[in-house]
Every structure is written in structure tokens, then in C-alpha cells.
Design a protein around this ligand. Structure first.
Ligand SMILES: [Zn+2]
Length: 149
């Protein structure tokens, strides 16, 4: 596809089914999401795993097509929430878990792993997860590491 060929451009608003996966191709999936809901978070786990941004959905909107055997999971001890990454190429693909305050079971995919989605065209919301400031919700600009005085 050339830079000026917009024929493959996917909608970035509204529910749409996107294909994605890891770098080496071992892990492939589809997700039906609205990219208007993409967010980044400044918590320690999101920072260490990369700041690409994620979009959440109910588990039934996510379909793992291949790679169950290649996937590895990491989660903090006692947490129901994990990140899944390809054990072959190392790309972090998605997270899943259960946060009752945010609607229960979820899957959140990293938008940078979606095919044919240009993150430069997305508008990110920013969570202040570093301070467990979930009640504030996402805002249009990043939160600093340092808590507001
Ligand atoms: Zn891979």
C-alpha cells in the first residue's frame, strides 16, 4: 500500500472488527471495538509494558484466532488481571481480567498490534493509574508521575 492509498483505511470511530497480532505471526486475533475509546495509562505496569495504548471490550468481542500455545501471561500475584505476550517474538498483545468497578470481565488490546490502524490518527484518553485515580476517568492530556499537590 502506498502512502496515498486510502482504500484500505479503516474507520477509527464506531464499532468495527479489526485484525491484529504479534510481530512474528504466531499470535493472531480479531476484536470488535470502538477506537474512540483508546486510552493510555501511567501506572507502573502499563509503563513497563509499553505506552502504545489500549482499548477495552467485553471478552466475547475478542477472538483469539491462533497462538494459544505461543502466548505467555504475566500478572501480579493475586491479581485477576494479566498481560499476554508472544513467547516467540515478545510482543505484548493484550490484557485481560476482571475489574468490577469498570464493568467486570474485559479484554484490552494494544492498538499498536492492530493491522492497518495508524495510531497517529487516534485520539488517546489518559488514565492516572499510577495514583489509582480511576474515579477521575481518562482526560485528554497525560497525567504526571508526580501526584498533584
Ligand atoms: Zn510472535
Amino acid at each position: 500500500m502506498t502512502q496515498n492509498d486510502l482504500s484500505k483505511t479503516l474507520p477509527l470511530r464506531g464499532l468495527h472488527t479489526y485484525a491484529g497480532g504479534c510481530l512474528c505471526g504466531a499470535v493472531r486475533y480479531e476484536a470488535t471495538v470502538d477506537l474512540a475509546g483508546v486510552t493510555r495509562c501511567n501506572c507502573t505496569i502499563c509503563m513497563k509494558y509499553g505506552y502504545g495504548g489500549g482499548v477495552g471490550m467485553k471478552p466475547d468481542a475478542f477472538r483469539l484466532l491462533k497462538g494459544q500455545d505461543a502466548l505467555k501471561k504475566y500478572g501480579r500475584d493475586g491479581s485477576p488481571n494479566t498481560r499476554s505476550f508472544c513467547g516467540r517474538c515478545g510482543v505484548v498483545c493484550y490484557g485481560d481480567g476482571d475489574v468490577p468497578e469498570l464493568g467486570g470481565k474485559f479484554v484490552s488490546i494494544y492498538v499498536n498490534t492492530l493491522d492497518d490502524v495508524d495510531p497517529s490518527l487516534l485520539t488517546f484518553g489518559y488514565w492516572d493509574g499510577r495514583h489509582d485515580n480511576w474515579a477521575a476517568g481518562p482526560r485528554p492530556t497525560p497525567w504526571p508521575f508526580q501526584a498533584a499537590a
